[in-house]
Design a protein around this ligand. Structure first.
Ligand code: AMP
Length: 454
């Protein structure tokens, strides 16, 4: 981390003024991938900052030790450092209204305001929004107490007592708020566990009970300036910690992009039935969506169904997506902030890509940290592979150390998905630390409907 001196020499200020200054807020592999892409495709000189960042990000940007939820400190830093454009990675500051606060002070920031961020921060809000705008989704009921949720589960709504059903906490729950239960008894236990403290009480003030859908999942991310939108390549992630989608849910153990994930006709249907009504609905309700929208879908035999919105880049989808971006990312963010996205053509390589997450022993419950990571220097020499750091630190002698559960995202593209994956796994063979864990089946489809995530 470096301290930023804003009272610098006039010549330095002039030099700095010619550069576009961008602050990326966040500290994970997603933010590393964004900063990497900003640099790689830049058509103008950039000066990059990241708050708080991590040791890997520190190789490409100035890391400033401000937490993502410390909105007053972020505001103050952005103002004093004369940041031209602020980019928000994670959902919590968006839900807390960081965009509204920055805009009130006349600062440019890319992301949805607090109202639009409710599409992610409240599942009840999102489901009612989908229903108001006739967006296809699973049937649902919103319960305002555990008792009411259990009553719904004891009834025969959503099928009989042995039918699978989904229980969701309303609020942000860091991946712990969704349980796909195989029976009503399991669902009732899920409600009791949620209320019993698995998730914070604010997030469980309301509980959503939902019909369980079966099919393959796909994630579609898009840029939107409130008026126009541009799709990114469709992606898929792997949420469970273990191979064959076993074990607890995680933030994501890997992701891919590939033409086979989504055919053109289905993509067009999703645009017509989900993306356009969402963006139009947001405009009609007075909160035009600006930023990155993520729609998580289930491709069912009856057509695509929307499972969830995220109001920001996904992690690790972003890593796999960014290695395919050929256009200037700073230019895209600028166009969003100036409502000029409609003028922009965004180019993507027509390859496939993959990101394999290397995690620490004990992840996701109690990851070990502080292990020395070997082999990174060798892998970084490879043109074909990008290693995005999710949680690393530097030791006293400059060695790389693990600093969290998800540590690295080894990412590559290739003419085929197999080639992208073999590049990732080839690179991984050179990386090691005591307790390193990863899934060897990234990119391999799981049985439809067998991969409940969160
Ligand atoms: P959500 O945060 O609502 O997207 O839920 C997280 C994960 O739970 C999804 O990626 C799905 O794997 C699973 N899930 C959510 N809703 C349903 C549903 N109605 N039917 C089946 N699986 C679901």
């Amino acid at each position: 981390m470096i301290a930023i001196d804003v009272d610098c020499h006039p010549a330095e200020i002039k030099n700095r003024c010619e550069k576009m200054r961008i602050l990326v807020i966040g500290s994970g592999g997603r933010e590393h991938a964004l900063i990497w892409a900003l640099r790689r495709n830049a058509t103008q000189p950039l000066e990059l900052f990241c708050a708080p960042g991590n040791a890997g990000i520190g190789e490409l940007a100035n890391c400033v030790p401000i937490g993502v939820n410390d909105i007053p400190a972020l505001l103050c830093f952005s103002e004093r450092t004369r940041i031209d454009l602020n980019i928000v990675g994670p959902e919590a500051p968006l839900a807390a209204g960081i965009v509204d606060e920055f805009e009130k002070r006349g600062l440019r920031i890319v992301g949805p305001g607090r109202e639009a961020a409710q599409l992610e921060s409240s599942k009840a809000f999102a489901k009612d929004f989908m229903s108001r705008h006739s967006i296809p989704t699973a049937l649902y009921r919103i319960a305002s107490s555990a008792g009411e949720a259990i009553e719904i589960l004891q009834s025969d709504e959503f099928g009989g007592q042995s039918a699978p059903v989904v229980v969701k906490a309303d609020g942000l729950a860091a991946g712990k708020g969704v349980i796909v239960a195989n029976s009503r008894a399991e669902a009732i236990k899920a409600v009791e566990d949620l209320i019993g403290g698995a998730v914070n009480s604010e997030a469980t003030r309301r509980i959503i009970i939902e019909e369980a859908l079966a099919g393959r999942e796909v994630s579609l991310l898009l840029f939107s300036d409130g008026k126009d939108f541009r799709l990114m390549p469709a992606s898929r992630d792997h949420k469970r910690v273990g191979e064959n989608d076993t074990g607890p849910n995680t933030g994501g153990m890997g992701s891919i992009t590939d033409a086979d994930i989504l055919d053109d006709a289905t993509r067009d249907r999703i645009v017509r039935e989900v993306v356009e009504p969402t963006l139009q609905g947001a405009r009609d309700e007075g909160f035009p969506f600006r930023g990155v929208l993520f729609v998580g879908l289930m491709l069912t035999p009856d057509g695509p169904r929307l499972l969830e919105y995220n109001v920001r880049f996904g992690d690790p989808e972003t890593q796999a997506i960014m290695v395919r971006l050929k256009s200037d990312l700073a230019g895209i963010f600028q166009a969003i902030s100036e409502t000029r996205l409609g003028e922009l053509k965004i180019d993507w390589s027509d390859e496939s890509s993959a990101c394999v997450v290397l995690a620490a022993r004990g992840y996701p419950t109690k990851p070990e940290i502080g292990s020395v990571i070997g082999g990174l220097a060798l892998v970084e020499q490879s043109e074909d592979v990008a290693v995005f750091h999710a949680a690393t630190a530097r030791g006293l002698n400059g060695e790389w150390l693990t600093a969290g559960g998800r540590v690295l995202g080894v990412t590559a593209k290739g003419e085929t998905l197999d080639l992208a994956l073999s590049r990732c796994y080839g690179a991984i063979a050179n990386i090691h630390w005591d307790g390193m864990r990863y899934r060897r089946d990234i990119g391999r489809p799981s049985a439809p409907g067998s991969a409940p995530g969160a």
